[in-house]
Write a protein of this length. Structure first.
Length: 501
DNA sequence: TTCCGACAGTGGGGTCGCAAT
DNA sequence: ATTGCGACCCCACTATCGGAA
């Protein structure tokens, strides 16, 4: 029903009907499932555990609370034999489901529900079902970090129930995200910036986003997906603990820096953040750069304009713990900041409106990131069949650079990005003509077609034969004017974007 | 009537921890 | 010891809907 229509209003109507029909105690679970999430967040079941579902039941008998209880039990399984035990429990649930129920549950557990109803549409549906303003629902979701509890409150108590969701120090909220622009001029245009309207131009570091809560001297650190990673980061806790605040919520970035202040590759920061144990004697320390404050000693600042939040930040955080930032209305000055950030090895800048409040969880137009862009002409070595709306189309390109030593090609990664429907149709036809070998997923082709690829940088790769891979590769256009012999070489790739060490 | 902001979809590379092989 | 899997870090881009202009 929901997947069957492309219209958002129709989806909202259908979803709201489901919510009204649900028992009050089921509402949170129903909302989670319909938006493709589990209240448990994760239960250790993925694609591999779902490959061979048991025969479906003839008659429906499963209830939502039963499924929820089963998922909780599956999520609690651990230790030796846990993989087999989880699969056993998954099979038991699926065996009680009818064919359509099985199909839904498999897609839900695999994270492939894809029915066009994630947080945004579901928030509208909750608002419709509970007859409350959609903006109030969205705000509650941002503050609570989950749809389910918000749905329960809205359905039971209406708008009054939503008022109970406030910023609580110690509970993470969804972080504000940035839109992207290809150049400083376009970033300025998006924000309406100019001599009359200044903006903040902040360095963008290639690290891990962090929301740092201080509550009476106790510090907690949360990731973008609201996971608590405090215990992994003692040096971050130590750095923030010294600030002259009683209660505060900060937003910032964590990054591993070398002694000269230049950044380590992202992989170093990522590994450091993901490591739970102290297995190495001297882990690479992470540096903290705070760029926003959402609460300060009793005062919520979410709705305060950017300039006011920055003033509050500067009042309690010393410059060495703040993200470098320049306020200007001059695009040329902004470009200088961008150039300096890049020259020091960083990703680029984020241009921020001085007026907008902190719009958590939405890719609001208040922040716009600008990064440099590299390009290469590479050769397509193979193509993979697409899924979902790209089913039946050759979608994901295997990209290779010329290897002058062997006369062959070195694969540097894949991309499916940047392709229009028209281009997808064209390349599906074209690659069939060039096909030399085909398996279930992949069509291998004669290496003749040259494609211009944009990418952010080059990183060490344990996967690809050249030992390097492109980061965030996307298609700009095909180059019918170039032959494979004129494509860029592996040496050019290394020169264009050196791998940092 | 046209324009544009918000949203969902389609996957990319990488790391770690754990259980199975 | 190595491999497979699940969970999360980082992410760009296009199509579409529906309200704003």
């Amino acid at each position: 029903m929901v997947a069957g229509t492309s219209g958002r209003k129709a989806k909202v109507t259908a979803l709201a009907g489901c919510l009204r029909a649900a028992e009050p105690e089921e509402a949170a679970t129903v909302v989670a499932y319909l938006s493709g999430e589990l209240p448990q967040r994760q239960i250790g079941v993925g694609y591999a555990a779902l490959r061979e579902p048991p025969p479906p039941a003839a008659e429906p008998s499963l209830t939502v609370p039963e499924v929820d209880a089963a998922f909780t039990e599956i999520g609690a399984v651990s230790g030796a034999g846990s993989v087999a035990r989880r699969r056993e429990l998954v099979a038991a649930v699926l065996g009680r489901a009818t064919r359509p129920e099985q199909d839904f549950l498999v897609r839900l557990l695999a994270g492939e529900l894809r029915q066009g109803a994630l947080d945004g549409v579901m928030a509208e549906a909750i608002a419709a079902a509970a007859d409350v303003p959609a903006a109030a629902v969205r705000r509650a979701v941002m503050l609570r970090g989950a749809l389910g509890p918000v749905a329960t409150a809205a359905l039971a108590e209406g708008a009054r129930g939503l008022d109970a969701f406030t910023l609580e120090v110690g509970r993470p909220i969804k972080p504000m995200l940035a839109a992207a622009a290809p150049s400083m001029d376009e970033a300025f245009a998006k924000l309406g910036a100019g001599p009359e309207t200044e903006v903040a131009v902040e360095w963008k570091l290639d690290g891990i986003r962090a929301q740092v809560h201080v509550s009476g001297g106790e510090v907690r650190v949360f990731t973008r997906t609201l996971d608590d990673i405090t215990v992994r980061l003692p040096e971050v806790v130590e750095a923030v603990r010294g600030l002259p605040v009683r209660d505060a919520v900060f937003d910032g970035e964590l990054i591993a820096l070398r002694p000269d202040g230049r950044p380590h590759p992202f992989q170093v920061t990522s590994a450091r953040t993901a490591t739970r144990t102290t297995k190495t004697a001297e882990p690479v320390p992470l540096s903290v750069f705070l760029f926003d404050v959402l609460h300060l000693d009793g005062a919520d600042l979410l709705d305060a304009p950017g300039a006011e939040r920055d003033a509050a930040l500067a009042g309690v955080v010393p410059a060495e713990l703040r993200m470098p930032r320049v306020v200007t209305g001059d695009a040329a000055r902004a470009k200088e900041v961008f150039d300096e950030s890049v020259a020091r090895g960083h990703e680029g800048v984020v241009v921020k409106s001085l007026d907008t409040p902190y719009t958590a969880g939405r890719r609001g137009a208040g922040w716009v990131k600008v990064k440099p862009r590299h390009t290469l002409d590479l050769v397509v070595l193979a193509v993979e069949w697409g899924h979902g709306r790209r089913r039946g189309l050759l979608s994901n390109l295997h990209l290779g650079a010329r290897d002058p030593e062997t006369g062959g090609f070195v694969m540097l990664g894949k991309t499916f990005k940047g392709l229009t429907d028209e281009l997808l149709a064209w390349q599906t036809r074209r690659f069939r003509e060039l096909a030399v070998r085909e398996d279930e997923w992949t069509v291998h082709v004669r290496p003749e077609l040259v494609v211009e690829i944009a990418f952010d940088g080059v990183q060490h790769s344990p996967r690809y034969p050249g030992g390097i891979a492109l980061r965030f590769a996307r298609v700009l256009r095909y180059r019918p004017d170039k032959s494979a012999a004129e494509a860029d070489t592996i040496d050019t790739v290394r020169a264009v974007a050196p791998v940092l060490d």
